[in-house]
Design a protein around this ligand. Sequence first.
Ligand code: C2O
Length: 587
Amino acid sequence: MSLSKEGSSSDHESRALNGARITPIRRSGRRKLFIITGIAGAIVVVLALALGLGLGLGLKKKTSNMSYVTTNSSFLLDPSFVVTNATTTRYYEFVISEAVGSPDGAERTMLVVNNQFPGPIIEVNSGDELVVNVINQLPNGTTIHWHGQLQNGTNYMDGTSGITQCPIPPGMNYTYRFTINPNQYGTFWYHAHASTQYTDGIYGPFIIHSPNEPIFGQYDREALVILSDWYDVMSSGLLTQYLSSAGIDGSNYGGINPGAEPPPDSGLINGKMTGSSFDLEPNLRYRLRIINMGTLTEFMFSVDSHVLSVVEADGTSLVPVDVHRVPIHVAQRYSVILTTNQTAGSYNVRGEMQSSCYKLSNPNLNTMVLATMTYGASPTTPNTQDWSDAIPALCLDLNSTMIVPQIAMDPPNSTESVQVFMSFEQTVQSGGTQTLAFINSTSWLSDTTNPTLLQMSKAGIQTAFDSNQLVVVNDNITVFDLIVNNYDDSSHPFHLHGHIFWIIGEGDGSYISGVRDTLTLPGYGWVAIRFITDNPGLWAFHCHIGWHMAAGLLMQFADLPSKVQELQIPSYLSDQCTQQSGGIVAN
Ligand code: C2O
């Protein structure tokens, strides 16, 4: 075991312990209640309470003056949003704070954006400038990352703690300002990118419209389907256990198992375990934008009796393909077209959690998360049947032969390549062993006072990264092949910042043309991806399972160091790095 691994182990430990500090709830003197209009709504609530279903948010008795999480009444997109090539600047303000909520019926402290869960929707046109002033009212540092945004020329707006910025200190703000790539459109999301904070609720949808999107005009309405797994306690405490010698407290899960991820307590559709409803109109084509904002769980999504036509994967428009179920791993997005042309009534919407891929099982977890879709009738509890097709046992992506881009994008020939190996290893340190994640021999540890972007903006090609950073530097624009070998038995959803990539091959050696930003690396398998190193900055490539990234499963690509030195990094970025105190360890 090398010195650097030992060093990173103990740092991981102290980081986890720091992250677990108990902190007070910020009080706003207000409790928000959701408003239910109409007698039908009132009857539904009374029935739900009587049946003990619990509509989740807002219904539990709460004393006093804590802020209470609210949820949007509708996840239908506003059809009056003007989709246009004319660009504008759109402003948002995000207040990040602690609040109390009960998405699955169990009340807990959560981390939220503007007291909403999931967070507010960002809706823009391609080419728009976006300005989001993020105000941190948490007791710890935080950042917000815009998952899938290319950030060409604005690496310092990528929101990655320890890579593109320091955590925003408590009480301070960071203004994210960037231009949406004019050729990018589709379904995206945003989330905290500091330690496991997003697991506690800091996430929301980010939709880019464009009249140039090939599937534009092929649907009448749009709705969001946000899937997430959910824990009934703060992630910081679970992370401390996960990274400890003993592992997660096994008493609930049939024994001790060091290195096993904490299994979630529930699953949510649009922020609720039960009671989410899609109230649609008959005989329309709905574009459902499905986003997995979870931490560990792959979902299998379906709607009883309705065939889904898959038309988008991670911002790439696809040649439509009909399916009954869509597998969606952490951080991935799909759009499907659903036509409301069956018998009027209510249908089950299913997000089935693929718990067979957990290392620990949670006997109290209900893996079938249901919502109700209704059209042409008043909503009732559906008694519709699930599709009978078997569900695959491994947590893999939608068959890649189904991912055919509408606009052919043939990959150029590669000019450079590198091969890496990922694994989990027990590391020895004072006080016991710890299971950390490695890419080659590096377990990533975030430097929250000196992010790699700042280092490279000073030293350029000469930058000497510390032993906790695995950085592949490309000083020229190359067509780069990355081959990732998985020495672990589980599948891992890997995401690359700042680029889209072609999937060049995987496991069985097949050639695949798919283009996306998050793909699943099969257990004991391999994938090869290809991308162009033309975006100056430091870009994370990591497993999006929150626990794994916190255990170190991250490497970086540095494109064009000399151009990195020319980036116009705002002075508040480095100012905030000098304001990190020992107590603020956000990653
Ligand atoms: Cu969705 Cu590095 O993140």
